[in-house]
Write a protein that binds this ligand. Structure first.
Ligand code: PLP
Length: 362
């Protein structure tokens, strides 16, 4: 069975390309999830995950997509009124999850391709009444990176306000310093910059968030952070985990450690830079980068295109490449290059060569 996309040619911003070695790791026999081998696996992967999230606390591993960890952050880290900093469609989703959990949301929206100015965030917080701020670190819809460290400093000025961060496409692609930046929840998922198959979510939470969770009556069952605190401390998971995905995670984290995180961040930054420069050299084709200069995400570049998105994707598919479409109001006239995970500057360059000729043939 095959979907016709050759290995090395999947440039969608999640799920991203998964290397054969990682896929093979999933085909090992089952083990019981409360036995020593699985505890040893959990002990191994949590060390590397702690550095990915920049925290000394253990990172929770959930079976679920990234959205499950976003909901965990909301249910356990917010009380009533949240301020949502929105840089694109994923920011909007975070806000809607909060609303679905019964929270009142105030939105601060950026112009497309831009970020919300820090002064606007500070002003909104001064008006007061917010118990948490939500922000997307790398906004995958428009390819914009937020300055989470700076937002962390602003939120820290307001005593009891927590900062919850969607780092789904950021974690593993760019530094995320949960402890140093004062972040109370940082969530991610397996299928983005960590280049695993979809199905696992990750949540790094602060002591402050755990203390708040103890006071909240509606933590639910599956996403109750207190259960994760209890089980993760014993290298276990509250419910049966997606065992094959944990095998893949174990294999991938060993490789991430070999490459080193700084090496991984540099590779992502180089891919983003090369992609943006390539678009700059092809302005005559009518294309341009959505993100304002200097605000681009290291994991994904969103490109405005005079040729309809579906047409670009169809032409590239004929050449064996899969690109991401646009999102929300940009669905028809932008496409996205996911340069995350285990992709390389060389592999992406080969794809862009093909893209150049495909866009030229009008
Ligand atoms: C992919 C993505 C999500 C959604 O994750 P799911 O795994 O589909 O639930 C959320 N936020 C961002 C920034 C993403 O890139």
């Amino acid at each position: 069975m095959s979907f016709g996309i050759p290995a090395g040619k999947f440039f969608v911003p999640g799920p991203t390309e998964v290397r054969a070695e990682v896929l093979v790791a999933m085909s090992q026999p089952m083990t019981f999830h409360r036995d020593p081998p699985m505890e040893a696996l959990m002990a191994r992967v949590t060390t590397t995950l702690c550095s990915v999230f920049g925290t000394a606390r253990r990172v929770h591993v959930l079976t679920g997509s990234g959205t499950s960890a976003m909901e965990l952050a909301i249910r356990n880290g917010t009380v009533k009124n949240v301020l949502s900093v929105i840089h694109g469609d994923f920011g909007e989703r975070f806000a809607r999850i909060a609303e679905a959990c019964g929270r009142a949301v105030t939105r601060l929206k950026a112009e497309p391709g831009d970020v919300v100015p820090l002064d606007r965030i500070r002003e909104a917080l001064q008006r007061g009444g917010f118990d948490a701020v939500l922000v997307t670190h790398s906004e995958t819809a428009l390819g914009v990176l937020a300055d989470v460290a700076a937002i962390g400093r602003i939120v820290a000025e307001r005593g009891d306000c927590l900062l919850l961060v969607d780092a789904v496409s950021a974690a593993g692609a760019t530094p995320v310093e949960s402890d140093a930046w004062g972040l109370d929840a940082v969530v991610s998922a397996s299928q983005k910059a960590l280049a695993l198959p979809p199905g696992l979510a990750f949540a790094a939470v602060s002591e402050r968030l755990v203390a708040r969770a103890r006071t909240l009556p509606d933590r639910g069952a599956y996403l109750d952070v207190l259960k994760y605190e209890d089980f993760t401390a014993r290298q276990q998971s509250p419910t049966t985990p997606a065992i094959p995905l944990l095998y893949a995670l174990d294999r991938q984290m060993a490789d991430v450690e070999k490459e080193t995180l700084p090496g991984r961040f540099t590779r992502h930054a180089s891919m983003a830079k090369a992609c943006v420069e390539w678009v700059g050299r092809h302005e005559h084709l009518g294309i341009s980068v959505m993100a304002r200069a200097g605000l681009g995400s290291p994991a994904v570049t969103c490109i405005k295109s005079p040729i309809p998105t579906r047409e670009v994707q169809a032409r590239m598919r004929k050449e064996g490449y899969e690109l991401g479409g646009g999102q929300a109001e940009f669905i028809a006239n932008t496409f996205r290059v996911g340069h995350m995970g285990d992709h390389t500057v060389g592999g992406m360059g080969a794809m862009l060569d093909v893209l150049g000729s495909v866009l030229q043939s009008r």
